[in-house]
Write a protein that binds this ligand. Structure first.
Ligand SMILES: Nc1ncnc2c1ncn2[C@@H]1O[C@H](COP(=O)(O)OP(=O)(O)OP(=O)(O)O)[C@@H](O)[C@H]1O
Ligand SMILES: [Mg+2]
Length: 274
């Protein structure tokens, strides 16, 4: 750990500091079949209830790492454990994970309700139970009134909420989000950031979040993992030890500015280190 605020982890709300880690990357590395060395060995342990953000220049392997945690991509070497089990055995665990992509990837011909119900349909959950869970997930993201709407009738921010509801409907313990709000305007992004934090606290989720925004990283994270490119690797980590809940006031505080400056300096180093 490096950085002025790196001494002790910010205790995630409502979570014991000890316990089984949600995620363990043990010398996990990735070389793509074309020879691109996307990630040098990464060692990273994420406790239950942490909000960890991956930050770094384009091509540093953020999406590669997230996809390996999700089991969508095989590491070339090393071991990846979720709750102490290999990713491939996650279906045998009580815990679940969801992946929210950068674009909402909704089925345009299907209602909001059907879009959110998709993972439950795929899992064979009976319709009545599925509909009740969809209603809960839509309420959680403030879209209860839009269950019958088609995606095209919704704004970009609302479509992203549908995508998040679809991620939450399976009641995941681990939420992986790859630049989910990158394409949204500043106001909508901040609103969704605040909603996400509120959900994270209420549902006691573990989140791994990818962003290019230093401000978003400081606002959301209990820990920021800085990565550098060519080859992709983890270079520094920072604990953002400001208490939760974090409000808009936090964003104009000297403390926020201090964290943002630390990350900015680190990002600059990471972007020029090749
Ligand atoms: N399927 C693939 N085959 C070969 N190389 C790939 C593949 N996917 C990614 N890469 C390469 O691996 C490296 C890491 O890519 P990755 O997409 O993980 O970076 P990233 O940090 O998510 O970048 P960005 O910020 O642009 O999303 C890059 O050099 C990229 O070109
Ligand atoms: Mg990416």
């Amino acid at each position: 750990m490096t950085g002025a605020q790196a001494a002790t982890p910010a205790a995630p709300p409502g979570r014991a500091a000890a316990g089984i880690p949600a995620v363990e990357c043990l010398s996990v590395e990735k070389t793509y079949p074309n020879g691109t060395q996307a990630l040098l060995p990464v060692d990273l342990k994420i406790a239950e209830g942490e909000f960890v953000t991956l930050l770094g220049p384009s091509g540093c392997g953020k999406s590669t790492l997230l996809k390996m945690v999700a089991g969508l991509l095989e590491p070339s070497d090393g071991r990846l454990l979720l709750w102490r089990k290999p990713v491939a055995q996650l279906h045998e665990c009580a815990q679940k994970l969801s992946f929210v992509f950068q674009s909402p990837t909704l089925m345009p011909w299907a209602s909001v309700r059907s879009n959110v119900r998709l993972p439950l349909d795929l899992a064979g959950v009976p319709r009545q139970e599925a509909d009740a869970r969809v209603a809960d997930a839509l309420a959680l993201v403030g879209l209860a009134r839009f269950a019958d709407a088609l995606p095209r009738a919704l704004s970009g921010g609302m479509q992203m909420r549908v995508s998040i509801a679809r991620g939450l409907v399976t009641e995941p313990d681990l939420l992986l989000m790859d630049e989910p709000f990158g394409a949204l305007d500043e106001i909508t992004r901040h609103k969704l950031d605040s909603d996400l934090l509120e959900l994270w606290q209420r549902k006691k989720l573990t989140v791994i979040f990818v962003t290019h925004s230093i401000h978003e990283a400081v606002f959301l994270s209990s820990r920021v993992v800085m990565m550098a490119a060519r080859p992709g690797r983890v270079v520094e980590q920072f604990h953002i030890d400001a208490p939760y809940p974090r409000s808009a006031d936090f964003m104009v505080s000297p403390e926020f500015a201090r964290h943002a400056k630390t990350l900015q300096d680190s990002l600059l180093r990471a972007s020029t280190e090749e």
